[in-house]
Structures are given as structure tokens and as C-alpha cells.
Ligand binder design. Structure first.
Ligand code: FMN
Length: 133
């Protein structure tokens, strides 16, 4: 009776200083606490004032989180790039992985911001980065 898994990928723009370590630590600590409770997993990449986050879990848990995210004044212009059923998690084991940006990921993020969303490639790279960390 497993709940159907879905994945959401979104980008948003930080309203303050996204490079602030205090901000990053706070977001990750809250994410890890709440996502462990809600059986959500995923990864967060922060670069050039942009957030790109992957979230995996049951639809109702994702909906609840998306409502909190939409109301969070630390970012705006939340744009969902993808929401789709998935057969399995890419980030099982990570309530929220923090993915360090590599040159390859930076290029993929730039093309994503230009509207060329290529889900598999960027997710593959983020998964590799999470596993290497
Ligand atoms: C870019 C970004 C990513 C976030 N990711 C998560 C997340 O994965 N899980 C989560 O619970 N909160 C996340 N938050 C924080 C939520 O917007 C919200 O502040 C938080 O869920 C409230 O939790 P609390 O009621 O336990 O304080 C994120 C915030 C930002 C700005």
C-alpha cells in the first residue's frame, strides 16, 4: 500500500543574500528536520542568488511543503519546472542534500534559467554530487 511517489523540481530567486551561511544553515536544518518527519527527500543547490530544489515524496506532503515555500519571504518567483510521478527516489538517504555547484552544474543551471530545462541531466549531476559528498 505504498503511497505514490512524486518529484517536484523548482527554481526560485533569493530575496536576500543567498550566499549567507546563516541562511543556508537555517534552511538546511529546517529542511532536514521537517523532511525527515514528512518522509520527503531531495537536494538543494544555491548559486548566483538562485535556488534550485528537488523534492521527492507523497503528493500531500509535497503540497504542504509547497504552500510553506510559497509563503517564505526568503525567496520569490517560485517556478515549478517539473512535477511528475516517479518510480523511485534519487535522493533516498537525504532529507535534504546540499549540492555544491560544479562548472557542469553551473552551465546546466544557466540553461535552465534560460528556459532549457533538461531534467535528467541536471538531476543526474546533482545525484552524483550528493553521493560524492
Ligand atoms: C530555498 C528554500 C528551500 C526550503 N526547503 C525546505 C524543505 O525542503 N523543507 C522544509 O520543511 N522547509 C524548507 N524551507 C523552509 C520553508 O519555507 C519554511 O520556512 C519551513 O518549512 C517552516 O518550517 P517550521 O514551521 O518548522 O519552522 C525552505 C526554504 C527556502 C527559502
Amino acid at each position: 500500500m505504498g503511497l505514490e511517489l512524486e518529484r517536484i523540481v523548482y527554481i526560485s530567486r533569493a530575496r536576500g543574500d543567498a550566499d549567507s551561511l546563516a541562511l543556508q544553515v537555517d534552511i538546511l536544518a529546517t529542511s532536514q528536520r521537517n523532511n525527515a518527519r514528512d518522509n520527503l527527500t531531495g537536494a538543494l543547490m544555491i548559486h548566483n542568488g538562485q535556488f534550485l530544489q528537488v523534492l521527492e515524496g507523497a503528493a500531500q506532503d509535497l503540497d504542504r511543503l509547497m504552500k510553506r515555500l510559497a509563503a517564505d519571504p526568503r525567496h520569490d518567483t517560485v517556478e515549478v519546472l517539473e512535477r511528475a510521478p516517479i518510480a523511485s527516489r534519487r535522493f533516498s538517504g537525504w532529507a535534504m542534500a546540499s549540492v555544491r555547484v560544479t562548472p557542469a552544474l553551473e552551465a546546466l543551471l544557466a540553461s535552465t534559467l534560460d528556459g532549457a530545462w533538461s531534467s535528467d541531466e541536471i538531476l543526474d549531476r546533482m545525484q552524483d554530487a550528493a553521493q560524492a559528498a
